[in-house]
Design a protein around this ligand. Structure first.
Ligand code: COA
Length: 276
């Protein structure tokens, strides 16, 4: 008789968050997070914000995940903004809480993630959608993508970091025009402005994003985390980015992966990085 040995830990089920508005799939160490409300153009309601927060936590904490993609379901929209139907009942306190919660749970967390999180923008990226894309480490767009901060049309301003990140990414003059007119720009204008890194046909969007992440994932994870930490310091007035760069360089040069990288170069072979 054949007995199978099943180790006890096999039965310890991994605690996973159940998602109702996101599709999550991890393949080749890349976690694809797809916002799944195509009938509402993937608008960010309370549930989507909470689930995105949980999904980003999973990306950060799961050692099997090296990087992530955020995209929207359907051919039309990445995210068409915060869910406007949730605005009517809000007073000043509620409005502040909505913006604060979103920034804390999702936007700031994405920006500061030590693992790369890239936006694959497959259509409208408006309001909170443009802000979500901007909180990612960089952006790839499909040819039909459109970007804008139309909050002024509602008597509002962005609340998820849009006034700050748009100025950082495309400069004050262009940002001011987009913020104050509420106009949309197409993917090629976004490319020209430096808001996105590449524009590709929609059917090639995810493959292009994964190809770039495969390259990043082949590098030393601690070095990738160091790039994010040091580059993010440019946008934090409380930090001296040059000091952070010096300290991070010093910490990295003492890691096993940096020793392996130098040895592999000198021995003319491919480096085998372990994330240590
Ligand atoms: N919040 C809530 N619902 C939204 C939404 C949002 N931000 N954006 C789109 N939707 C919903 C629409 O109400 C509509 O729902 P319905 O079919 O139940 O009526 C559905 O998504 C499809 O949108 P629709 O407006 O019919 O599509 P369109 O092709 O005519 O226009 C947009 C597309 C993106 C131009 C338009 O939907 C729009 O302007 N959306 C709001 C953008 C915005 O102001 N975002 C910032 C919010 S702070």
């Amino acid at each position: 008789m054949l007995y199978l040995f099943i180790p006890p830990h096999y039965f310890i089920l991994k605690k996973t968050f159940m998602y109702s508005s996101l599709l999550i799939q991890t393949e080749n160490n890349i976690c694809s997070i797809t916002i799944n409300r195509p009938d509402k153009l993937n608008a960010l309601n309370k549930t989507v914000i909470e689930e995105l927060g949980a999904a980003i936590d999973e990306v950060i904490n799961d050692p099997a995940i090296r990087s992530a993609i955020i995209t929207g379901n359907g051919a039309k929209a990445f995210v068409a903004g915060a869910d406007i139907s949730e605005f009517a009942s809000l007073d000043a306190t509620g409005g502040k809480a909505l913006a604060q919660k979103g920034q804390d749970l999702v936007f700031t967390k994405i920006e500061n993630s030590s693992k790369p999180i890239i936006a694959a923008v497959n259509g409208f990226a408006l309001g909170g959608g443009c802000e979500l894309a901007m909180s990612c480490h960089f952006r790839i767009a499909s040819e039909n993508a459109k970007f804008g901060q139309p909050e002024v049309n509602l008597g509002l301003i962005p609340g998820y970091g849009g006034t700050q990140r748009l100025v950082h990414l495309i400069g004050k003059g262009r940002a001011m025009e987009l913020l104050m007119t509420g106009n949309m720009i197409d993917a090629n204008t976004a490319l020209q402005y430096g808001l996105v890194n590449h524009v590709v046909p929609q059917e090639e969007l995810l493959a292009k994003t994964k190809t770039i992440l495969d390259i990043i994932n082949s590098k030393a994870p601690l070095a990738i985390a160091g790039c994010i930490k040091a580059a993010n310091a440019v946008f934090d007035e409380t930090k001296n980015g040059y000091h952070i760069e010096i300290n991070t360089f010093g910490e990295l040069i003492n890691t096993a992966d940096a020793k392996e990288g130098a040895a592999a170069f000198l021995e003319k072979r491919k480096a085998n990085f372990m994330g240590k």
